[in-house]
Structure formats: C-alpha cells, structure tokens
Design a binder for this molecule. Structure first.
Ligand SMILES: [Zn+2]
Length: 172
C-alpha cells in the first residue's frame, strides 16, 4: 500500500531563506525543545547551538543522536520547535526499519543542529502514527511549525536521507 506523500514544497523553495525568519533569514532567538526532558528553551541566535545545554536537565541540546519520543513529546517538538523536525516512524518487528536505524543515526550527525531528528515507535504510539497519516513503515516525515512539509515511505540510506531533507529544507 502506498501512502499519500505529497505535501507543499518548502516555503520559498529549496533556495529560499529560513522559514519564518526575517528578511535576513535569521531570528533573534530560536526555540529549541530539549531531546532529553522536553523543556523548550530560547537560544540567542548568536549562540552556537552545538555548545548549548538545557537549563532544566543540563544535557546538550544536540548530541548527534535521534531522540526517541512518545506521542506527547512528539507533539511538543511539532508545536514548539523552531527547527525543522525529521521523524522516523518505525516498529521493532519491521526489518527495513531496523536496517535504516544506523543510517538515520548517521543522518543525525550530518543534519544537527539545523534539524531535530526524532524516532516514533508506531506500535507504542498508534494514535499519533495514524494522525500523521502514516500507513506503512518506515516512513520519514519532515515537519516545520506544526505542518508536515514532506514525507517519504520506505527505507533510505544516510546519503538519501540527508539529500532528501536538504532538498526540502534550505538551511540543512
Ligand atoms: Zn533538558
């Protein structure tokens, strides 16, 4: 079964500025959702995100690993993150999902801190999975400002994941 995977192109196209940024493509602050505790923080845009730590749990905001999320935590990233969110919808029994896991892990190292990478277990979060319109796994969804901007069903290797995200997100 194929899922409906057609979403509008990234605003401004792949060569456009940062979505919702000002004309310089920069915002004064960036809302970042902590992958460890879910707390949303404002980072000054001048601060290098890779060196920033969460004021609540003191973990690094970016550690080069996708964060596993439940439905509630996913919603928080979806609603509050200024960063584009790439979510891998997967399940433990799915062979292609397991095959893609190390590639997705590798993609996090290439895409952070421009993109937040999440993993959502479809078995544990069937409601969120169905709300996202996911009918086959693995599925990758790219979201920004609460909207799905792209999705892709089927496993991809690191190069294709990164290339696919960059074709939709100009800053990544
Ligand atoms: Zn935290």
């Amino acid at each position: 079964m194929r899922i409906y995977c057609q979403y509008p192109r990234w605003p401004g196209g792949a060569t456009g500025g940062f979505p919702n940024g000002n004309c310089n493509g920069m915002k004064d602050t960036l809302h970042v959702v902590c992958p460890h505790c879910g707390q949303t923080s404002k980072l000054p845009s001048g601060k290098p995100p890779l060196s920033a730590h969460c004021g609540t749990c003191h973990n690094a905001f970016f550690d080069g690993h996708p964060a596993s999320v439940d439905g509630a935590r996913f919603e928080k990233h979806k609603r509050e993150s200024d960063l584009p969110v790439l979510v891998d919808v997967w399940a433990p029994w799915c062979g292609p999902c397991r095959a893609m896991a190390p590639m997705f892990e590798q993609a996090a190292q290439e895409l952070e801190p421009k993109v937040r990478l999440l993993k959502l277990n479809a078995d544990e979060e069937p409601r969120t999975t169905s709300e996202l319109g996911v009918a086959a796994i693995p599925t990758l969804l790219l979201l920004h400002n609460g909207q799905i901007v792209a999705c892709s069903a089927g496993a991809m290797d690191t190069r294709r994941i990164v290339g696919w995200v960059r074709s939709h997100v100009p800053v990544a």
